[in-house]
Design a protein around this ligand. Structure first.
Ligand code: DGJ
Length: 734
């Protein structure tokens, strides 16, 4: 049955997922009010909930009484300067220069399935998997329409929302702000979970109480950023991993964003997410439309773990390219931390020979193979082979690796140009810049102006040529600096505020073309590690390099935070050398393997330096990954112990969808001579099923494993890992 209900009499809308309801109602004055998002409800007319009389709150001109004010109403698309003083979701400057806007209800339409969003990555589904409700509202004076687009999924607790603004006036208007989602809550007894970080320490969860006033979570760097992820969770103070209400909001966008949480004078809360309004102005000519990216929302009363699993299932099945969801990704060796810029074909072939003997399936040639790149100061933009390092060129090298039994992958950083490059000398005007102002450098490089069609065309051709000529099976798409002096010479002065967004649209356009032209090339997203780890990139790149910090101890934390929203299948993760290049820490090879096995698995070290014993361990890891890949990539993911909890341990678990296969990764982060007892309670099992753990020869029922738990061994040393696998007794797989 279609889960969208409409009551024409009370002008109410309700969208039901299996475990949630999202409700709206048109007020007697035409404003679209938000009436409920949370657990399932059965009624439609909720007008009793929102009629309030308040002092010092303006009343719209036509309503003539003091019973009604936008300032106290919970709304779906709050406007600006028309009586609501909280943060608006849309600001439009009309042809008179005024920035007042109030959207009022006009019509709705409902259809099966979901439409694509022009020029933007967005979730997809079959016709019978979801239904869409579009509500059209108008601002009478500027003649701008807002179409609110909601898609509600039939079998998942997921709702997406975006907004399309259409100028039906006779003159151009300027969009100053266009949030993709706005959800209001009747109280503020909530906490916000966000994912801040920095380079090499991305997505470390932070939890803060709401307070009267506004909290802002943002990136203004031109990329979604290491510093803050485009995600917010709203939870009750008592919510934990396994219990309690949790709302998740995830933004399918890779550029500047802003998440806002505002608690009003009356204790209600407003949560907004969308393109960042600072440095953003979009000129909308008559009859033109502007489509915002979408926000994916979920609600559960089963804690943060269930919220994350909702996102994982959704992104695996409704956002990532299906081409990569059902195939095991190749286990790779990347030469970056083994050689940095100092390699040649002989060295790569040596690495390949060692790799293939250990069972590795692909060699990725990282930064330094092109132009005259000997360090990070030159050649970005010159995507022709460096003949000093690879005299025979890429194709013969790829051929030799193929003969050895290895696929090949290649690194590129297409969005950038080095000052010292042929491309920059030929087209200095192709980088983002403001006339008369010097350009800041970042890692000695400039950012190409992806708001320009000619630059996008050049980039597509450059990447296409590298991939087509040499037969690469994998592309690592890097981006190693953020945007500055964001000006574009081809756009008029009235359109300079569009560049940040046009840059992202240009990027999406190129990536879309590459994916269509090379459907069998696996693209791994990267931005100085995990600086653009977001659902927008995930649409094109089914895996993203999680962080430049490859230290297993740190990675446990980074992967813990990343898993709040993103499935393990999205996380590129490698075993690297010790002492680790970023932290100097030494972690056992076994633990490094277990940690890297939480996503797209690979190695990034000089394999020739491993002892025979270590090589045997690597072979065991590769076998284990092959055995468990299906479980890791498609199973349910449970965060059992938070590495940041102060217990000196960390644990995570993968459970197959039929709940019969279970893989547990346990790490003792600190060795103690006479340490505490650690009992690990598993999650997500069948209570009545008997599970066997072969290593320790144990057989226990699921309820025992979940409620009583399993005693973990005391291990010698810091960061010692213990990986174990359980299987339901009647299961004949594994
Ligand atoms: C940053 C990436 O995250 C690294 O893995 C590596 O590819 C370097 N860039 C190369 O410059």
């Amino acid at each position: 049955m279609m889960p969208i209900f409409i009551d024409k009499k009370s002008k109410s809308f309700r969208m039901d997922t299996p475990g949630s309801s999202y409700c709206m109602q048109v007020s007697q004055y035409g404003d679209l009010l938000h009436t409920h998002y949370g657990g399932r409800i059965s009624d439609m007319d909720l007008s009793e909930l929102w009629n309030q009389k308040r002092e010092f709150s303006p009343n719209p001109a036509e309503c003539g009484d003091r019973l009604y004010s936008l300032d106290v109403s919970l709304q779906e698309v709050p406007g600006n300067m028309t009586g609501d003083y909280r943060t608006p979701s849309v600001i439009i400057k009309d042809s008179t220069g005024a920035a007042a806007v109030r959207f009022q209800y006009e019509s709705f339409r409902v259809y099966e399935g979901k439409s694509e969003l022009a020029g933007l990555p967005s979730s997809f589904c079959g016709k019978k998997q979801a239904d869409t409700l579009e509500i059209t509202l108008t601002d009478t004076y500027s003649k701008v329409k807002a179409v609110l687009i909601y898609t509600v999924f039939r079998d998942m607790d997921m709702i997406t929302r975006s907004v399309r603004l259409i100028n039906e006036g006779e003159k151009a208007v300027y969009i100053k702000k266009a949030a993709s989602s706005c959800v209001e809550f009747a109280d503020s007894r909530y906490e916000l979970v966000s994912l801040p970080g920095c380079w090499a320490m991305e997505r470390t969860p932070q939890r803060k109480e709401l307070f009267q006033g506004r909290q802002v979570y943002e990136s203004r760097r031109g990329a979604s950023s290491h510093q803050m992820n485009p995600f917010l969770a709203l939870v009750r103070p008592e919510t934990n991993e396994v219990h309690g209400q949790a709302y998740g909001f995830s933004f399918v966008y890779s550029g500047n964003f802003m998440g806002e949480a505002e608690v009003s004078q009356y204790g209600t809360s407003r949560i907004l997410l969308g393109i960042h309004p600072q440095d953003f102005t979009w000129k909308l000519e008559t009859e033109e439309a502007f489509q915002t990216p979408e926000v994916v929302m979920t609600y559960t009363d089963q804690g943060l773990g269930a919220m994350s699993r909702n996102f994982h299932d959704f992104y695996r099945n409704h956002l990532c390219n299906p081409r990569w969801m059902d195939t095991r990704r190749p286990i790779l060796i990347n030469n970056w931390e083994a050689t940095y810029f100092d390699f040649n074909s002989a060295r790569l072939l040596e690495i390949g020979k060692e790799a293939v003997e250990l069972g590795i399936e692909m060699l990725v040639i990282d930064d330094g193979w092109f132009g005259k790149r000997e360090d990070d100061t030159s050649s970005l933009g010159d995507w022709v082979v460096n003949r000093r390092k690879l005299p025979e060129g890429l194709k013969p090298l790829v051929g030799k690796l193929r003969e050895m039994g290895l696929k090949s992958g290649i690194w590129m950083e297409p969005e950038m140009v080095s000052k010292d490059s042929q491309l920059y000398r030929k087209h200095p005007e192709w980088c983002l810049h403001i006339e008369g102002r010097p350009c800041s450098t970042g890692r000695s490089q400039y950012v190409l102006d992806l708001a320009r069609a000619d630059v996008c065309e050049y980039l597509f051709e450059a990447v296409d040529q590298v991939l087509s000529e040499s037969g690469f099976a994998y592309l690592k798409w890097d981006m190693n600096r953020h945007l500055t002096e964001v000006g574009s010479v081809l756009l008029g002065t009235d359109r300079q505020g569009e560049i940040f967004h046009r840059y992202v649209l240009g990027l999406y356009q190129i990536l879309g073309r590459i994916v269509r032209a090379h459907p069998d090339v696996l693209i791994e997203g990267c931005s100085g590690g995990g600086g653009r780890f977001d659902p927008g990139m995930l649409y094109y790149c089914p895996q993203i390099w999680t962080s430049d910090d490859t230290d297993a101890g740190e990675r446990m934390m980074i992967q813990y935070g990343t898993s709040m929203v993103y499935p393990p299948s999205a996380m590129g993760s490698h075993v690297s050398a010790c002492p680790n290049h970023q932290t100097g820490r030494t972690v056992s090879l076994h633990t490094r393997g277990m940690t890297a096995m939480t996503g797209g698995f690979g190695y990034e070290m000089d394999l020739g330096k491993l002892s025979l014993e270590e090589k045997e361990e690597v072979k065991r890891q590769i076998e284990a990954y092959k055995q468990y890949a299906e479980l890791i990539m498609h199973g349910d993911y449970f965060r059992l112990v938070n590495p940041d909890e102060g217990r000196d341990i960390c644990a995570w678990e993968f459970v197959s969808k039929d709940k019969k296969k279970v893989l547990v990764h346990y790490v003792q982060m600190r060795g103690r001579a006479n340490g505490p007892l650690h009992i690990l309670q598993l999650q997500g099992l069948l209570a009545a099923e008997r599970y066997q753990e072969k290593k320790a020869g144990l057989i226990y029922h699921g309820d025992t494993l979940m409620n009583a738990g399993l005693r973990m061994p005391l291990l010698m040393g810091d960061f010692q890992g213990y990986q174990f696998y359980l299987e339901a007794r009647d299961s004949n797989v594994g």
